[in-house]
Design a binder for this molecule. Structure first.
Ligand code: FAD
Ligand code: NA7
Length: 457
């Protein structure tokens, strides 16, 4: 196995899960294959590695990050916990169920810092192009070392694409927007609510980004927040100051016109209109072409490119489950690459894909979606030795979370959940989420008693 060369594109949660999966096998006494992970940023963590930049990175590459200041987990951490590295093990004390971004970033790093994972990663290295040689059955990967501006290539037996799919904006056009006098941006470039204080803002979209950016701006002092939906509204009982309209038809100056005849003036428009699965480094025949959904076509077990299973995709699904799903996928992918798992024939794989696609087509809303992805996780867990966790309990937590958000979008992050890995019940955060304007790790881990002692002095 030592002579097999495995390439991983991206050192975000998915790419790191792949490295971790190999290390878990090494801990059992197996030899590691040769692994090279290519990461175009100068650090790991993918989306969780916050950048203040927008547009391009320091070497002129499209900027990957879409995360922003004051971003707090949008689901309970108990639903994403690594089953081989608990929050308790990392933080040594119970923490709340909805930590801010720097705290989750710290957790992601904690597991991988304990090993030699960094040695496998080439940072500031961008994958430019991939060829597959039908004769040698190897990938030829063309890379740019961004730091020294040098192009070179590597030959690989397996290629794991873990480059994420929430980075390239889907940016629709609305008539007249070219003359809108205020800010127009995509959620990808949103870096914090500060600039929208005292402004009237319009968010187009009705999914996670619209909901969260809308609520963040409300929390940090926007004058008014309007969400505009294409298909369905989020439809919850919004607090005064946030409202939902049907889709914008066009703009005239600073005025937006909506489908129901309403008009309103705005200072800024933020397109929360989702992202494109974009793989500019893959040729047509190897490229995954899909919309954001729970079961992209052509991927056996949501992982193996059916026409060429040596090409592996991680984390390409729309996500309820995140870190633990990437782990479950990476463990299965590892076993295939290590000849511990044999795949059925291409035709049999196709039938399996079709069964999932058929069910995916019949899903009827969020509760159904949660059950679908939970069953998918169970299927993955049955294929490898990734430590099992109580998926049904996690599914239940997702459903409670959906209800919590519906009950009160401003307080759902104050709720606490119980870990399925350790049984620990989350701590109540020292400050209500709506009153907490500081998202730093230091502030988050600060004990409330310490704060009281300081203010008493
Ligand atoms: P990414 O994290 O996107 O990492 C992909 C990596 O690939 C990046 O480091 C990138 O630099 C690298 N890369 C890409 N192209 C190349 C190339 N050509 N060459 C070399 N390297 C390359 N999930 C949650 O669980 N909870 C949340 O609260 C949450 N909030 C989110 C908020 C926002 C605004 C967004 C956009 C996503 C959020 N997510 C959340 C989902 C998030 O995408 C996942 O948690 C996770 O980051 C996905 O991991 P990944 O490794 O698949 O992709
Ligand atoms: P999503 O979840 O893919 O949602 C995209 C939204 O954008 C969805 O509401 C779409 O409406 C809407 N959309 C897409 N195209 C248009 C056009 N042309 N006009 C109007 N509305 C449109 O992306 P998000 O950014 O919200 O979430 C992605 C990740 O970021 C997620 O994992 C979070 O954790 C953070 P539709 O319902 O299709 O009509």
């Amino acid at each position: 196995m030592k002579n097999k060369r495995i390439g991983i594109i991206g050192a975000g949660p998915s790419g790191l899960a792949q490295i971790r999966a190999f290390e878990a096998l090494q801990d059992q006494g197996y030899a590691m294959p040769e692994i090279i992970c290519f990461e175009k940023q100068d650090n790991w963590g993918g989306m969780w590695n916050y950048s203040w930049r927008t547009g391009v990175g320091k070497y002129g590459e499209p900027l990957h990050g879409s995360m922003y200041k004051y971003l707090w987990s949008n689901g309970p951490k108990e639903c994403l916990e690594f089953s081989d590295y608990s929050f308790d093990e990392h933080f040594k004390k119970p923490i709340s169920s909805y930590p801010p971004r720097p705290v989750l970033f710290d957790y992601i790093q904690g597991r991988i810092k304990k090993s030699n994972a960094r040695d496998y990663i080439r940072f500031d290295t961008c994958v430019r192009w991939v060829n597959f040689d039908e004769d040698t059955k190897k990938f030829n990967v063309i890379l740019d070392d961004l730091k020294i501006n040098k192009t070179y290539s590597e030959e690989l037996d397996y290629l794991v694409v873990a480059s994420g799919h929430f980075s390239t904006p889907n940016m629709p056009y609305f008539k007249g927007i070219e003359n809108f006098p205020g800010t127009v941006m995509h959620a990808h470039d949103f870096r914090g609510a500060d600039q929208f204080k005292d402004r009237n803002i319009l968010l187009i979209g009705s999914s996670y980004s619209a909901e969260d950016i809308g609520v963040q701006c409300y929390k940090h002092g926007a004058k008014s927040v309007t969400l505009s939906y294409r298909t369905n509204p989020i439809g919850i009982d919004w607090p005064e100051g946030i409202k939902e309209f049907p889709l914008v038809t066009h703009f005239k100056g600073e005025t937006a016109f909506f489908k129901d005849g309403t008009t309103e003036n705005y200072d800024a428009v933020i397109m929360c209109t989702g992202y494109q699965h974009k793989f500019p480094f893959l040729p047509d025949e190897l490229r995954l072409k899909t919309k954001n959904n729970l079961f992209p076509d052509h991927l056996y077990k949501g992982i193996f490119f059916n026409q060429l299973p040596q090409l592996i995709y991680l984390g390409m699904q729309d996500q309820y489950y995140t870190f633990n799903m990437f782990d479950a996928q990476a463990w299965v992918a590892r076993d295939f690459m290590m000849n511990r798992l044999t795949l059925p024939t291409e035709a049999e794989r196709r039938l399996d894909i079709d069964r999932w696609l058929e069910r995916n087509d019949q899903l009827e809303g969020s509760l159904d979606n949660v059950d679908f992805q939970s069953d998918y996780i169970k299927d993955l867990l049955s294929l490898s030795d990734y430590p099992h966790f109580n998926v049904d309990r996690v599914a239940q937590m997702f459903k409670e979370w959906l209800q919590d958000k519906e009950d009160n979008i401003l307080t759902y992050r104050d709720k606490t959940y119980q870990s399925v890995v350790t049984g620990t019940v989350a701590a109540q955060h020292h400050t209500d989420w709506m009153d907490e304007l500081n998202d730093s790790k230091e502030r988050y881990l600060y004990e409330a008693e310490e704060e009281e002692m300081i203010s008493d002095r």
